[in-house]
Design a protein around this ligand. Structure first.
Ligand SMILES: Cc1cc2nc3c(=O)[nH]c(=O)nc-3n(C[C@H](O)[C@H](O)[C@H](O)COP(=O)(O)OP(=O)(O)OC[C@H]3O[C@@H](n4cnc5c(N)ncnc54)[C@H](O)[C@@H]3O)c2cc1C
Length: 288
């Protein structure tokens, strides 16, 4: 199919872009890399009357690090972020799993975060790292934390006139360890389940851990890990993995069953935790 007719605008300043979004409300859509939006338009799942192409707005293309944070502008491509390395270990671990070289060369990180696919890697990375979005509209600016962002498949807390200008990820501290693991039908497919872990490990003791899953619920899921000070060992990994498998409530869909997803949650959470918690050099177990 072909998209329904639409108008196209390519502003060259941020104010111009915000003015267009303010003037057209829900009938306009921001166009970044087009890797989600254009297929959705071709299938007529969405029918914007105006596309606001933000790729020529210079300040949206910057990548900076300051005050312990990595800030990636809205038009920074996934491939560019992957090449540069980020200093946020979980992001670096997950990016190679996002799509394929073709989609990564056009697709932006912010576009993926805004597309809000529950199985996508980057929204779950944002949640696991405690990152946020910097949002602007003609009326002002605000910061939206990952935990507040997602409302359902394809739905976010962003208003139609709001433009995400950048995504911000905390940079790793010296004792930060992270891992991304996922399982899908084919390389480059969205995963059936993806798991991101970020932990602080000091002298063999866990001093804070976040675990988040993609593909399990309607929105990225933060696994409740409770209060977990303790030895960084396999017992801890098993305990959290069992709790995650118990607490999750996945659904059957055309790609797999809820029971399969639960098994994947248990296995991937355990393996990802073992990977970050094991002392340097120790091999992780492969037993499921
Ligand atoms: C073959 C193929 C395989 C794929 N595999 C994967 C995969 O394995 N994992 C994965 O996560 N994704 C996958 N995708 C999806 C795709 O990679 C990402 O969703 C995509 O990169 C989104 O970024 P974009 O810049 O292309 O966004 P666009 O498609 O331009 O925009 C996506 C949505 O976000 C909105 N948006 C974009 N930028 C902003 C902004 N600055 N402010 C407000 N709203 C904004 C748009 O209006 C639109 O609704 C795949 C896509 C294809 C075509």
């Amino acid at each position: 199919m072909k998209p329904a007719p639409f108008d196209y605008a390519r502003p060259s300043t941020l104010d111009e872009a915000l003015g267009l979004l303010a003037g057209h409300g829900a009938s306009a859509r921001v166009l970044a890399g087009g890797q989600s939006l254009l297929p959705q338009m071709a299938l007529r799942q969405v029918r914007p009357r105006l596309l606001v192409d933000v790729n020529r707005v210079p300040e949206l293309g910057t990548r900076t690090t300051a005050d312990g944070e990595l800030r990636l502008g809205a038009t920074v491509r996934q491939a560019a972020a992957l090449r540069a390395g980020s200093g946020a270990g979980l992001l670096d671990a997950a990016l190679p799993w996002v799509g394929n070289p073709g989609t990564r060369s056009r697709g932006t990180l912010v576009g993926s975060l805004c597309a809000a696919d529950p199985a996508a890697e980057l929204p779950t990375v944002l949640l696991a790292t405690g990152g946020s979005l910097e949002v602007r509209s003609a009326a002002g600016s605000r910061t939206v934390a990952a935990a507040e962002l997602y409302r359902g498949p394809g739905r976010t807390a962003l208003a139609p006139d709001e433009l995400v200008v950048a995504a911000t990820f905390p940079l790793d501290a010296a004792d930060t360890r992270s891992a991304w693991l996922e399982f899908g039908h084919r390389p480059g497919d969205l995963p059936l389940v993806g798991v991101g872990v970020v932990a602080q490990v000091r002298d063999g003791l866990v001093d804070g851990v976040r675990v988040a899953c993609a593909g399990v619920h309607d929105v990225p899921w933060s696994v409740p890990v409770g209060d977990l000070p303790g030895a960084a060992d396999r017992g801890l990994a098993r305990e959290v993995a069992e709790a995650a498998a118990r607490e999750c409530s996945p659904a059957d869909d055309h790609r797999t069953t809820a029971a399969h997803r639960r098994v994947l949650v248990r296995t991937l959470v355990r393996r990802a935790l073992e990977q970050v918690l094991r002392p340097d050099g120790e091999e992780a177990t492969d037993a499921a």
